[in-house]
Design a protein around this ligand. Structure first.
Ligand SMILES: Cc1cc2nc3c(=O)[nH]c(=O)nc-3n(C[C@H](O)[C@H](O)[C@H](O)COP(=O)(O)OP(=O)(O)OC[C@H]3O[C@@H](n4cnc5c(N)ncnc54)[C@H](O)[C@@H]3O)c2cc1C
Ligand SMILES: NC(=O)c1ccc[n+]([C@@H]2O[C@H](COP(=O)([O-])OP(=O)(O)OC[C@H]3O[C@@H](n4cnc5c(N)ncnc54)[C@H](OP(=O)(O)O)[C@@H]3O)[C@@H](O)[C@H]2O)c1
Length: 485
């Protein structure tokens, strides 16, 4: 499979920048322009070195191309979302190894990778065929929580076990036409009343392929059965990829499997992670989060993100929440309080940087702090506005740049601000600054890295290969850290 990376046409760069960056991206992935052999890069990494696909900003196809020809556990790892977020109870590498050994039967634990990852794992496991997987039913078990040390450090995230929307649960129960107290076997093997199982334990926004197969196998109408089977097998266009359980029950009314069969085939509801936005030194036992509520309209119904709307709409003050701290040892302030830091955090990506700033204030760190923040509109999306402007006023923030993308005709993004300050950024890096990026993985982090690469190339007079090596060195030294999702 050949792959030559190119910046998308929409990427906000001039044609000169674009040409340079296309070269850089090709270099980054080890692909010579015109070559179709990305696997040339995929030699066994030396101990401690991250494999080239362990980068959440790469697409699934790009990651798999980089792992082509590797042993099965490494190809399986490339199918994971590469966040090492711990939601599955493992790291990307250890989850892949457990599947390859046959110790882990569930192929749908990678929450950020979603259906694309679970389908690819199914395909790869079917193809490589580890003995233990032949004929094994993918039993969904409750995710093993990542153990929390009890207190957190700045840079860590909070894992939240949320409940599904009660309206969605009620509509599903009404469609099933059974009492809400009906006892059912949940995906974790425990028996619970139906309503509790659907609310607390089952992934109902994205029914598993197995649950869709169960619906297909029990549909009385042959056309409905055929469409559902095609959906379960991932045929493009067979049905809406993003159907929730209610869509399926309403759209395929002849498909009414026995309750126990359907419920136990659903995936377990995974916790979601949120960057902790506060320092324990300033806020004692409190943990602050910045949550973007996921709400959108689809097929004439409002859709709600499970955890983000649980936190923003349904949480009752004073009621306990099931949560754990996910330590992020690779996303930490520099050991020396003197070291300057540059923090690039558009949207909710600003969260850990508020924690960094609070921490640096609390310990009296004299190092310089530069924050670059962006969001659509200044008047409604300026997260932590008052506090950040106060830090700017009292000198905690040495530099503070904002990029409100939709406040003018053409988009302004954080990387535009960096490009405007290219010389200063280079000079901070020369002074030993640590560079941090947090927020959207798929578009932002990749384009920001392209912008950083352009700056290093221009200000440091480096060719793309040297820039790639420079960024790799900064990463290895812990001076370039990303927490992207
Ligand atoms: C390390 C880490 C840190 C994170 N930190 C934060 C943070 O600080 N703040 C924060 O808000 N989030 C953060 N996230 C993201 C967070 O974990 C959740 O993924 C996010 O809140 C959505 O979860 P949900 O349960 O609300 O939505 P879900 O129920 O999981 O639904 C989200 C899904 O809905 C679909 N979707 C969303 N919008 C649309 C649309 N318009 N059209 C069609 N489909 C759509 C997409 O498939 C999307 O994946 C972080 C993630 C990680 C891994
Ligand atoms: N509806 C949803 O699916 C939804 C809702 C909430 C969060 N999320 C996800 O959660 C994460 C964080 O979301 P968020 O609300 O914190 O912020 P976000 O969606 O990442 O947006 C923050 C800012 O980044 C800008 N941006 C968009 N593309 C960019 C690029 N290529 N380079 C640099 N900046 C770019 C956005 O501008 P523009 O938007 O003006 O282009 C906006 O000003 C993302 O992964 C996001 O996809 C998704």
């Amino acid at each position: 499979m050949g792959f030559i990376p190119r910046l998308p046409d929409s990427a906000p760069f001039s044609s000169n920048q674009r040409a340079w960056l296309d070269g850089y991206l090709a270099g980054l992935l080890g692909v010579e322009a015109g070559s179709d052999n990305p696997s040339a890069l995929s030699a066994e990494p030396s101990a401690g070195e991250e494999p080239p696909w362990h980068d959440p900003t790469l697409s699934l196809d790009e990651r798999l191309a980089l792992a082509e020809g590797e042993p099965v556990e490494r190809v399986l790892m490339a199918a994971m979302a590469q966040l090492d977020c711990g939601q599955c109870g493992y790291l990307c590498r250890t989850y892949a190894e457990a599947i390859a050994r046959g110790d882990e039967p569930s192929l749908s634990r990678c929450a950020p990778g979603g259906r694309a990852t679970s389908r690819k794992l199914k395909e790869l496991v079917g193809f490589s065929g580890p003995e233990t997987h032949a004929g094994v039913r993918a039993v969904a078990t409750a995710p093993a929580p990542v153990r929390s040390p009890g207190e957190h450090e700045v840079g860590d995230s909070l894992g939240v076990a949320a409940c599904n929307s009660p309206e969605l649960v009620a509509a599903i129960i009404a469609c099933l036409g059974v009492p809400r107290e009906t006892p059912v076997l949940s995906p974790d093997g425990a028996e619970r009343p139906l309503e509790q199982a659907l609310s607390e334990v089952c992934e109902i926004r994205r029914p598993s392929d197995r649950a869709i197969e169960v619906l297909a196998s029990r549909a009385l109408d042959r056309d409905e059965s055929r469409v559902l089977q095609a959906m379960a097998e991932g045929y493009p266009g067979a049905g809406p990829e993003d159907a929730d359980l209610l869509d399926l029950l309403q759209g395929y009314p002849s498909a009414r499997p026995p309750l126990a069969e359907l419920i136990s085939a659903l995936d377990p509801l995974q916790p979601r992670l949120y960057s902790i936005a506060s320092s324990p030194k300033q806020n004692g036992g409190e943990i602050h989060l910045a949550v973007a509520a996921v709400r959108y309209e689809k097929r004439a119904r409002q859709r709600l993100g499970v955890a983000s709307t649980f936190l923003s709409d349904r949480l009752v003050p004073g009621e306990p929440v099931r949560a754990f701290v996910r330590p992020a040892p690779g996303f930490r302030l520099p050991p020396s309080p003197e070291t300057p830091i540059i923090m690039i955090g558009p949207g909710t990506g600003v969260a850990p940087f508020r924690a960094f700033l609070q921490e640096r204030r609390a310990i009296g760190a004299p190092g310089r702090n530069w924050l670059v923040f962006g969001n659509p509109h200044r008047d409604r999306d300026f997260l932590f506005e008052e506090e950040l402007l106060a830090y700017c006023g009292d000198g905690l923030l040495t530099r503070f740049d904002t990029a409100f993308s939709r406040d003018q005709e053409s988009k302004i993004y954080v990387q535009h601000r960096l490009l405007e300050r290219a010389r200063e950024l280079w000079s901070w890096l020369q002074d030993g600054a640590h560079l941090y990026v947090c927020g959207d993985a798929q578009r932002m982090a990749r384009d920001v890295e392209a912008g950083l690469a352009y700056i290093l190339g221009k200000e440091g007079g480096m060719e793309p290969a040297a820039v790639k090596a420079h960024l790799a060195r900064l990463t290895a030294e812990g001076r370039y850290q990303k927490d992207v999702y």
